[in-house]
Design a protein around this ligand. Sequence first.
Ligand SMILES: [Fe+2]
Ligand SMILES: [Fe+2]
Length: 198
Amino acid sequence: MEKKKSDSKKDSNKKDDKKTTPAKKGKLKIEDENALKDFLIDELKDIYFAEHEIMKGLEKMKEGASSSKLKKAIESHHKQTEKHISRLEEAFELLDQKPAKKKCEAIIGILKEGDDVMEDTDEGTMTRDAAIIIASQKVEHYEIATYGSLAELARTIDRKDVAKLLESTLKEEKKTDVTLTVLAVDKINEQAAQEPAE
Ligand SMILES: [Fe+2]
Ligand SMILES: [Fe+2]
């Protein structure tokens, strides 16, 4: 008699399992997809703000740099950043949104650190250039982390169009990071080591 009871309990559990199985197997439920889309838009506003701040930061870094190679690298990063801003505007459009900024404390902090190292190093020295490279690489790594995860998020909600835009920017950020590393290894760090310590 008892065995039958537990069997019927098992049966009812099976029924419950069926009920909770999402209709679209392997796909997100509509409410989850909408919540993720809202989150993606919010994060796009964050990086849209960040890219504008980076533009200003790069202008200061270019002024502070002494090596012509570094100045050139910063200049091309500046141009690239303009492109990143337009791509974000395209992404907003694809998502039927007006481009908007959301204050991003993280990038404010990273750029502030860049300002501080420039203040702490002497103008025209290779140590200043090394400090600028380190500061811009911190910016790049922030951008790489952001674009990498947002591209994934866009793919998760089946927005390949948005993901592709973000991936194009991601590729350029990675390239800039490599350029900065090569600059640091090649010249600047080496020369900074030859400057007399104060
Ligand atoms: Fe960027
Ligand atoms: Fe960048």
